[in-house]
Design a protein around this ligand. Structure first.
Ligand code: CMP
Length: 149
């Protein structure tokens, strides 16, 4: 399988609930290389661009309000089959459907306030990486442990 990059965002509830370290640890343990990372309070404009496809849906305005309420942690993750692997770890959007063991299943209580965004395709990953990071913020590395994953 190919080495891929994907985009992830830990939403405002993560820092609020002091879960950042725990979630980053899970991602590292599952073999994702964190090759870009930053913390920022999203502007309304940026949140609107990120969630443009949901404009007009009933949860859109509350989603923007939540996403701009407090800082988020954004990252680019690299590993084999990264896009599908991260979606699997995140679990389904509906927290009631998310199984224990997934990030949404273990920590999420309200779908609207779920804790992680993960790109859903190669196309979205590219778009989201470009939206939130410039090329000079990305620092790939090799840890030499690939054979253990
Ligand atoms: P995310 O993966 O960031 O992508 C879109 C977000 O919209 C999603 O996570 C949820 O936070 C929110 N969302 C999607 N569907 C619903 C829904 N049916 N009800 C409430 N919020 C939703």
């Amino acid at each position: 399988m190919a080495i891929e990059r994907t985009f992830a965002m830990l939403k405002p509830g993560v820092l609020q609930r002091r879960l950042a370290g725990e979630i980053l640890t899970r991602l590292e343990k599952k073999g994702f290389n964190i090759i870009a990372l930053k913390q920022e309070k999203l502007s309304n404009k940026l949140a609107e661009r990120h969630y443009a496809e949901h404009k007009g849906k009933d949860f859109y305005e509350p989603l923007l309000k939540y996403m701009t309420s407090s800082p988020v942690i954004m990252m680019i993750l690299e590993r084999e089959n990264a896009i599908a692997a991260l979606r699997k770890m995140a679990g389904p959007t509906d927290v009631n459907e998310a199984a224990p063991g997934t990030i949404r299943g273990d920590y999420g209580v309200i779908t609207r306030h779920n804790l992680i965004h993960a790109s859903d395709s190669m196309e979205s990953a590219k778009r989201e990486m470009n939206l939130f990071f410039s090329e000079d913020e990305i620092t790939p590395f090799e840890d030499g442990n690939e054979r253990w994953y």
